[in-house]
Write a protein that binds this ligand. Structure first.
Ligand SMILES: [Ca+2]
Ligand SMILES: [Ca+2]
Length: 382
């Protein structure tokens, strides 16, 4: 190539008889010094510029933040933005040394993980090639993973070099409770209550800040709207025994004289997709079919009259009846607070989950069907 260009530039404009008499000492392996030509060379050779081709590269890692000791996936996407085909594209992708047990797939070309080279890329205009690398983050690593991919179009002129390089930064995940107002202490009591329910604002139903009350309406199952949704203070009858507040100054309750299904939910966003979410809450019920039962406030009758469960929608949906929700096992808790869950699942690509607390009083339409909740927890962890 270098040889051909050298000749072209030097002989293009010479005039006179066309006698081609130059010699090449060694075609292909020749250097400039090897080229021998005379002054009677009249080849009408014209230097052609390289084809303009804009190749671009993008890069993502999942999950981000990463979880030490857990899988991580890098996706490198290489696009020929045109207008011409591009051949022999090379990309250098050197993984951080903390990525172990590497496997990879390419849609075009081949990847050499040891050398960090992705080669053999011939792309038509508009064509996209993807390199997917899966590994495990060193369990002892706590820093930020960062690496760069650079793409080079060998036989083309790239008019825009700003998109030929892509960085990826991926910090470590820190374990923390991401729920807002988990103990129902944030109530704005005495001022403007939130009255947020799944069916809109209900002025008679004070709902803790950040939470939404929900219930099932189903005439066939005799399920209806709770008569009471209430933030309850640690005073008066709620002090107990039985104690209706587990910690702090407030808890939340729901009641209906009859069967019902309902509870509270909260959507939490800005979470690392792919990490594990774990949700639990403390709860207990007061279920009794005898209004004169002694001592007052304690359950009577069927100890399995009602159940508590907790659920997580890993996609952050707001439908309490969605098939996407992962539910815990049923637990029976009467008169004394006990933990419901935790239920665990992996956070979806949306990076948001919705947590659901649910009470099911589907068996008896007894006079007391009170459900009490306090101390929810949503923990994001490896
Ligand atoms: Ca480019
Ligand atoms: Ca509380």
């Amino acid at each position: 190539m270098r040889l051909r260009r050298t000749i072209s530039w030097r002989i293009g404009l010479v005039m006179g008889l066309a006698i081609l008499s130059f010699m090449l000492a060694a075609v292909g392996a020749a250097t400039l010094a090897d080229v021998i030509y005379d002054t009677y060379v009249y080849l009408p050779m014209v230097q052609r510029g390289r084809l303009p081709v804009d190749v671009a590269v993008a890069k993502a890692s999942f999950p981000n933040p990463y979880v030490a000791g857990s899988p991580i996936t890098y996706t490198i996407t290489l696009t020929n933005l045109g207008p011409d085909p591009a051949t022999a594209i090379t990309a250098t992708e050197a993984l951080p040394v903390q990525i172990l047990s590497v496997t990879y797939t390419t849609t075009v070309g081949t990847y050499d993980a040891a050398a960090g080279l992705w080669e053999g890329l011939d792309l038509a205009a508009g064509e996209v090639a993807t390199l997917t690398i899966v590994g495990t983050v060193d369990a002892a690593f706590t820093g930020t993973l960062q690496n760069t991919v650079v793409v080079t179009p060998a036989a083309a002129l790239d008019p825009d070099l700003t998109n030929n390089r892509a960085w990826n930064y991926n910090p470590a995940l820190s374990i923390e409770d991401r729920l807002l107002n988990p103990g129902f202490e944030g109530i704005n009591y005495g001022g403007e209550h939130w009255h947020r329910t799944h069916y809109g604002d209900y002025a008679a139903m004070p709902v803790p800040i950040e939470w939404t009350a929900w219930w099932t309406v189903d005439p066939i199952q005799e399920l209806g709207q709770p008569e009471i949704v209430r933030i309850i203070p640690n005073s008066g009858p709620y002090i107990g025994p039985p104690a209706r507040i587990r910690s702090g100054d407030w808890a939340v309750m729901m009641y209906r004289w009859g069967k019902y299904q309902g509870g509270f939910y909260q959507r939490v966003a800005d979470l690392p997709a792919g990490a594990q979410a774990s949700f639990s809450i403390y709860a207990h019920s007061w279920t009794c079919n005898d209004p004169n039962h002694q001592p007052p406030g304690y359950s009577c009758g069927d100890p399995y009259a009602a159940t508590f469960t907790v659920g997580i929608d890993p996609h952050g949906g707001l439908d309490p009846w969605s098939a996407d929700i992962v539910w815990s096992d049923d637990v029976y808790l009467q008169d004394v607070y006990g933990q419901v869950g935790p239920v665990e699942t992996f956070i979806g690509a949306e990076g948001a989950v919705t947590v659901f607390a649910r009470f099911d009083s589907l068996k008896w339409g007894t006079s007391n069907n009170d459900a009490y909740w306090d101390d929810a927890a949503l923990v994001i962890q490896p």
